[in-house]
Design a protein around this ligand. Structure first.
Ligand SMILES: Cc1cc2nc3c(=O)[nH]c(=O)nc-3n(C[C@H](O)[C@H](O)[C@H](O)COP(=O)(O)OP(=O)(O)OC[C@H]3O[C@@H](n4cnc5c(N)ncnc54)[C@H](O)[C@@H]3O)c2cc1C
Length: 373
């Protein structure tokens, strides 16, 4: 597709966030929405996500984002014509240190008040859910049966498909190289395929968000941090489905993917501004060690492969959503390890904010100015 010369809104980044924003803007009737993606739709960090969807978040706004997004995943096939592979496998958090329990209890009270089904269970109950677990060092577990997973590629494709049908243009293989301003406001972008004049520009560039913000003179604390996921050869000794199970102390998590076991060491690694996210084979040992501690029988499994991706983290682990301070330049960034699951709600509230002047939900926890304060 030729790159348009004008747009009502340019969205930088065709990941799950940018495509959801494009869909919601187009659904509200906005014409000439253009998404500029330097590679292909969904090829950024969205392609590295584990697909997890949970209501177990610490603040009200995020819990509400989850509850709303889960409703969208439940009806996704009907609304988008794409099966997202949504399954309620549940999320299980394993707690071995007493210091971690009070925080969970506080959050569970909030989650339950907002309508989520989350409870503290005993280590033996946890072993009933996942018989392969070693539980003798656990003091409790937290179980969210309504949590689950879906396919990030399918969901992104669904948003992109409907956005296009509603008139949005998504150009691939085109890079934004600068953001143009005049009189303190955005006037468009320059790309590797020419200029696009536009009164509004959305930064949805995932791990590249800080770089993109700098093009408009905005400093953003969005830090790309590398995380690995490995997978075993088929391992029927742990039959699926298995809840997405996280060892709170080590950060290690696992779940079944068809016959294979997916496992992550839960690493948070600063690789600087290096956006090469090749896998570090040295991380396998870390993952296996943590896995064998929690799932002794996995010592018999063979690691078949793995990948690494960048999670765009902020200092407080909450996303940054709102106007940037430069007129016309909007931010939908810093989604860390939950940008995929919150993408349906993100798209809706960003579209409300841009079209109605304010969102219908209090998004102040995501205020871009909170770090300066
Ligand atoms: C290992 C791992 C596991 C994860 N697991 C989960 C999970 O279980 N659940 C969950 O919800 N989230 C998970 N995440 C987080 C999730 O992947 C991200 O939060 C989400 O994908 C962010 O989406 P995005 O659209 O903001 O970013 P991206 O998908 O990275 O999209 C941004 C796009 O911007 C494009 N871009 C950048 N610069 C330019 C430019 N100059 N011009 C044009 N285009 C540009 C990029 O090519 C990219 O496609 C995980 C992440 C990792 C790394």
């Amino acid at each position: 597709m030729d790159t348009p010369k004008t747009a009502s809104v340019v969205i930088i980044g065709g990941g799950v966030v940018g495509c959801s924003v494009a869909y919601h803007l187009a659904r509200r009737g906005l014409r000439d929405v253009v998404v500029v993606e330097r590679e292909t739709v969904g090829s950024g960090t969205t392609s590295k996500a584990a697909g997890g969807i949970r209501v177990q978040f610490p603040i009200e706004a995020e819990i509400r984002f989850s509850l709303e997004s889960i409703k969208v995943f439940e009806r996704f096939s009907d609304e988008f014509g794409v099966d997202p592979g949504y399954k309620k496998i549940g999320y299980l958090f394993l707690i071995s240190e007493p210091k971690h329990l009070p925080g969970f209890e506080e959050r569970i009270a909030l989650q339950r008040r907002l309508g989520a089904d989350v409870r503290v269970i005993t280590p033996d109950d946890a072993r009933t859910l996942v018989p392969a677990l070693r539980v003798n060092d656990l003091i409790a577990a937290v179980w969210g049966p309504g949590d689950g997973l879906a396919g990030p590629a399918e969901v992104t494709a669904g948003f992109a498909r409907r956005a296009r049908e509603l008139g949005a243009k998504i150009v691939e293989g085109v890079r934004v190289t600068s953001i143009e301003r005049a009189g303190g406001r955005v006037t468009g972008v320059t790309t590797s395929d020419g200029a696009i004049a536009a009164p509004r520009v959305v930064n949805a560039a995932g791990p590249s968000a800080a770089r993109i913000a700098r093009l408009a003179g905005v400093e953003l604390p969005v830090h790309p941090r590398r995380r690995h996921i490995f997978f075993t050869e088929p391992f029927p000794a742990i039959p699926g489905p298995v809840p997405l199970t996280t060892d709170v102390s080590s950060g290690f998590y696992f779940r079944k993917e068809l016959e294979q076991v997916l496992l992550s060491p839960g690493d948070v690694e600063d690789i600087g501004e290096d956006f090469d996210v090749s896998m570090d084979p040295g991380k396998v040992e870390d993952a296996v060690q943590k896995a064998v501690h929690r799932l002794p029988m996995i010592a018999d499994a063979r690691i078949a492969g793995g990948w690494a991706g960048l999670r765009p983290l902020t200092p407080d682990d909450h996303a940054i959503i709102g106007w940037s301070g430069v007129e016309g330049f909007f931010l939908a960034v810093g989604f860390g390890g939950h940008g995929f699951q919150h993408s349906p709600a993100t798209g809706r509230y960003v579209s409300e904010w841009m079209l109605d002047g304010k969102p219908s939900m209090d998004l102040s926890p995501f205020d871009p100015r909170r770090f300066a304060k």
